[in-house]
Write a protein that binds this ligand. Structure first.
Ligand code: S3P
Length: 183
């Protein structure tokens, strides 16, 4: 890489469905003024379809390809300051994990399964949870994904005791420190 190019300083939120990524990303966007990219919304806008429709009509692998190509498009050296809110399954592919880390500061919003169950209980827009036993699905996916969130993130925060203002303050302070110390 050309050493004169400053590495990107995006703030990226990862974590399970219902952990609060969208709300915290909005708060960070308001505080910093950086453009906000909500990956699910961006994919819905690009395709003109809801995430549920994409899963039903084209299948999960096609959705995962869309996520990967959206991430690639965010590796834009001319737009290095964004708040990026990801979908909960983005860490599944190794190429995505590599891209996320090179995009900037990756924050894992973590929450216990009980909180996730409560937050996702009434939603119908998460195709992976449209099963007879969403609690079991959540437990299984969390077990698979926790190590992936762990290796992808620079910071893990337990969101269960904090509101979105407190979370945003913590993230901003630690992001500033991270970017100031980065070689
Ligand atoms: C998914 C999470 C969703 C969305 C899609 C798949 C997942 O995003 O990308 O339904 O695999 O966990 P949220 O994490 O914003 O709910």
């Amino acid at each position: 890489m050309d050493s004169s190019i400053t590495p990107p300083e995006n703030i990226i939120l990862i974590g399970f469905m219902g952990c609060g990524k969208t709300t915290v990303a909005r708060e960070l966007h308001l505080r910093l003024g950086y453009p906000l990219v909500d990956m699910d919304h961006a994919i819905e806008k690009q395709t003109g379809k809801s995430i549920t429709q994409i899963f039903a009509e084209e299948g999960e692998p096609v959705f995962r390809d869309m996520e990967a190509s959206l991430l690639k498009s965010l590796m834009d050296p001319d737009a290095p300051h964004r708040i990026i809110s990801t979908g909960g399954g983005v860490v599944g592919r190794a190429e995505n994990r590599t891209m996320l880390r090179s995009l900037g500061y990756v924050v894992w919003l973590d929450a216990p399964a009980s909180v996730i169950i409560e937050h996702t209980r009434k939603t119908r827009n998460r195709p992976l949870l449209l099963t007879d036993n969403p609690e079991e699905r959540i437990a299984q996916l969390m077990e698979e994904r926790r190590p992936l969130y762990q290796v992808t993130s620079h910071l893990r925060i337990d969101t269960s005791e904090l509101d979105c203002h407190e979370l945003a303050t913590g993230i901003l302070e630690s992001a500033r420190y991270f970017f100031s110390k980065r070689p």
